[in-house]
Design a protein. Structure first.
Length: 82
């Protein structure tokens, strides 16, 4: 199920399990213009690092179930296409 919440720092997970990091510049700008404090900046960066570790190791259960669901959808599509 696609989900999007545009924050200062975005981690976009694609259906194939790959991910993109977007808007790091927005996070930097927010810190430099005092929209957020240093603690918020560090929390965002550390959370991103933790999330990336989990994504990389595929230890997040939603990633595993998403891949399983994609596999089932592809199998169903192949079955109906032939």
């Amino acid at each position: 199920m696609p989900f999007w919440d545009d924050l200062y720092l975005d981690v976009i997970v694609l259906p194939n399990g790959k991910y993109l990091i977007k808007d790091i510049d927005e996070l930097e700008d927010a810190l430099n213009t005092n929209v957020i404090e240093q603690a918020d900046y560090l929390l965002a960066k550390n959370t991103m690092k933790d999330l990336m570790k989990n994504l990389h190791s595929m230890s997040l259960s939603f990633m595993k179930s998403s891949q399983e669901h994609l596999h089932l959808l592809l199998k169903a599509h192949e079955k109906h296409s032939s």
